[in-house]
Design a protein around this ligand. Structure first.
Ligand code: XMP
Length: 334
């Protein structure tokens, strides 16, 4: 019997626009068959995966797709604004914006364990969607930007291999939830998702935007999240992204971000003791997120980024560079 969660051995890798068009045509048909005239709710984070799902479903079912963008307070700087601009104004999507910042940050207060943080964020996402669905009354399906590496990690966990981490877009649905899942990308690797996105007409900058994990800055503000450290992380991350863009590194590096641990060191500023957190730069290259190598960043640029972060971001007094490949480190710190 064919397992819908296993990529068939003979499935061709989607590397060209033609193969992507074929995949899109098949999925449009499958989605229409699955959904009929019912409505589908989509968790639109604005990352590549959920954006490609949105574009695919808009093509398949138009306004039957209801996109919900939940701002869990763990988005990067200006990210929610960008999602609204792109999808509401650009693609005329049916988009609901939910600002749940206080709700998430209150629930996460004092929670230091990475898996508990992931589970809380994932579970609350589902709860928030369910609330939106109840308000809308006639939602039957939940679409998700699950991709094959997520499925593989879940399969490994189910087969008793130690799960690396629980990705928040796989499983975890409460038993009473009435949604059926629509996951058109679940057999694709990341590089294939991008090819499909471009074939759907999404802008290059969007399709090749670096991925952002579902739990967002929550798994980069290490340990128990506090609002001040989260804000420092968000500002430092924005500087890193700005400098990577300016220096042509955004095209060369697959994923780059800042993590801020719950550690303070002693520094000196204006001739006074200045305690602060370190900002850790992580910049990796990978094809499919299953393994990753370190990208060399010119020292001149690192010095400039260090200067900007330590001078512009309150609370950060050091900048560190993470040189660890995957394996042994995962890409994210939590
Ligand atoms: P790790 O840290 O497992 O990350 O090496 C591999 C890739 O997956 C992203 N990531 C996630 N993506 N939901 C997602 O959709 C998640 O919960 C999640 N956790 C990690 C990570 O950013 C990297 O690109």
């Amino acid at each position: 019997m064919i397992d819908p969660n296993r990529r068939p051995e003979n499935m061709e890798r989607i590397t060209t626009a033609e193969l992507a068009d074929k995949f899109i045509a098949e999925q449009v048909e499958l989605v229409r068959q699955q959904v009929g005239d019912k409505k589908v709710l989509l968790a639109l984070s604005g990352g590549v995966d959920s954006s490609v799902v949105a574009a695919l479903l808009i093509k398949a079912i138009g306004k039957q797709l209801v996109c919900v963008h939940v701002n869990h307070g763990l988005m990067r700087k200006n990210e929610s604004e960008g999602v609204i601009e792109m999808f509401q104004n650009g693609l005329d999507a049916n988009l609901i914006y939910v600002d749940a910042t206080d709700h998430f940050l209150n629930l996460l207060a004092g929670v230091a364990d990475p898996e508990r943080k992931r589970k809380i964020i994932g579970k609350e996402f589902i709860t928030v969607f369910a609330e939106e669905a109840r308000k809308l009354e006639d939602i039957t399906f939940l679409a998700q930007g699950t991709i094959y590496p997520d499925i593989l990690e879940s399969i490994n966990a189910a087969e008793g291999k130690k799960a690396v981490k629980s990705h928040h877009n796989v499983g975890g649905l409460p038993e009473d939830l009435q949604f059926e899942l629509v996951e058109p990308l679940k057999l694709l690797y990341k590089d294939e998702v991008r090819v499909v996105g471009e074939a759907l007409g999404l802008p290059h900058s969007m399709v090749y935007r670096q991925p952002f994990p579902g739990p967002g800055l929550g798994v980069r503000c290490l340990g128990a999240i506090t609002r001040d450290r989260l804000e420092a992380l968000r500002e430092a991350d924005a500087i890193l992204r700005e400098e990577f863009d300016k220096n042509g590194l955004a095209e060369k590096v697959w994923q780059y971000f800042i993590a801020v641990p719950d550690i303070k060191s002693v520094g000196v500023k204006d001739e006074s003791r200045y305690e602060g957190w370190p900002a850790i730069i992580r910049a990796v290259n990978t094809k499919d997120a299953m393994s990753a190598t370190i990208e060399e960043i010119p020292y001149e640029i690192l010095h400039h980024i260090t200067h900007r972060i330590t001078h512009e971001v309150p609370g950060i007094n050091r900048v560190l560079l993470d040189l660890t490949p995957k394996p042994i480190g995962t890409i994210e710190w939590e």
